[in-house]
Design a protein around this ligand. Structure first.
Ligand code: FES
Length: 145
């Protein structure tokens, strides 16, 4: 059901941890499943992401997508990091089962939240970046029970 890459990133996650005095920190959760992801970015004066780390309290797919997302944004510019969408993360992992797609949204949103935090701290605007949600479940249609 999971690709080898997903299993690899779940069992040997890259970039786990925190960055002290990070340039930007983003935390997002999904109230529906209760999973939480936090991404730390270290961004230099040229706007290059030098380091990316994560802490995820969540399912295996959330761990694998955070691991891959941090790999994908390291060494990239802010503009390039904005293109690391959940689709890009899933492609890099050779796909996720449909019921796990929402887990990859956490990774995309956590990167956006960390970039937003960086922009706020530095009083800048990042084109194409809007205020991230703290709960990716927000705005989804309510289920009828
Ligand atoms: Fe919630 Fe995966 S089940 S992030």
């Amino acid at each position: 059901m999971y690709s080898e890459k997903v299993m690899d990133h779940f069992q040997n996650p890259r970039n786990v941890g925190e960055i002290e005095d990070a340039s930007g920190v983003g935390t997002v959760g999904n109230a529906k499943c209760g999973d939480i992801m936090r991404i730390f970015l270290d961004i230099d004066e040229e706007g290059i992401i030098r380091e990316a780390k994560f802490k995820t309290f969540g399912c295996g797919a959330a761990v694998a997508t955070s691991s891959m997302a941090t790999e994908l944004v390291r060494g990239r510019t802010i503009r390039e990091a904005l293109q690391v969408t959940n689709k890009a993360v899933m492609e890099a992992l050779d796909g996720l089962p449909p019921v796990k797609v929402h887990c990859s949204l956490l990774a995309e949103e956590a990167i956006h939240a960390a970039l937003w935090d960086y922009a706020q701290k530095n009083g800048i605007e990042i084109a194409g970046l809007s205020r991230p949600k703290s709960d990716i479940h927000e705005g989804e249609e309510e289920e009828n029970w």
